[in-house]
Design a protein around this ligand. Sequence first.
Ligand SMILES: [Fe+2]
Length: 303
Amino acid sequence: MSVQASEAFLKVLNGTPSVAQQLKAVTGIEEVVRLGHRHGFDFTANDFREASTFYRPAAQAPEAPVTTSPQPRNTTFLHHEYSLEDIPGFEAVIDELPRLKVRPPTVDLAEFDRSYRPDDAASTNRSPAGPEYQEWHRTMMEEGYLDPQGNQHTLRRDFHLVNLDDHTEYPGYDEYFDAKTRTIGALENLFDSEIRFSGSMWYPPHSYRLWHTNETQPGWRMYVVDLDEPFENEHDTSFFRYQNPQTGQIVTLHEKPRIVRFFKAEQDPDRLFWHCIVNPTDRHRWSFGFVVPDDWQDKIRVR
Ligand SMILES: [Fe+2]
């Protein structure tokens, strides 16, 4: 293992289109290490970080790109949501879902359940602009933003979910990664533009991502969402919740299997897109996020 091996892999990344294509499916340093290993380069995450500080031009390799529009569209819709089956071009993504919806055996679900915080979950029922939320948030920050019970994959209290891409050391990961790479190819065909994964999340039963804005990574996001089984009641579901920055209205989008959702993360303090995701049910939920081009709507044709 060495910094030299990391540097050699960075050169391969920059000089080999097929490997550069694989990199679009990578969202974290653990995946870079695993991808390097697949290509015969043995290095650690720290080796790669060190090599990235002096290697050019690939220092930006593992980061998702920030896309901003010089002339933002004035849309009245803050979100767009479709059934995957209703959009031609998503067939290949639907085909990959069984290989994307993994449950890595390295995840300890008993420990996951133990780190559930009802007080944190309840914060999603309040407006992020309201005094009750502000008071809860102040207390959480005072108590410690990081969960002292958590291991390296459940450190942050605002993420009670599993980042699939933190789990690369189990049989089957490579198959999952190859499915991600094929998904990128299918989406690039559909949008006729470069697409990157921004995050692949598993929301086991009783999981949540608390209120946040993604303001540090502005731009359009696309999330493909699926479940292990349909909900029995259309009101008792996982949901995506956001606050309309103009009106303050809280909007809750109840979910069902095989949907795709688009929304735009904004940086302007008056237009911050506060949102949260909650799975209060016994179903397993997965979401696969992508950075998509600003003109994505031009490529979507709903059946
Ligand atoms: Fe988000």
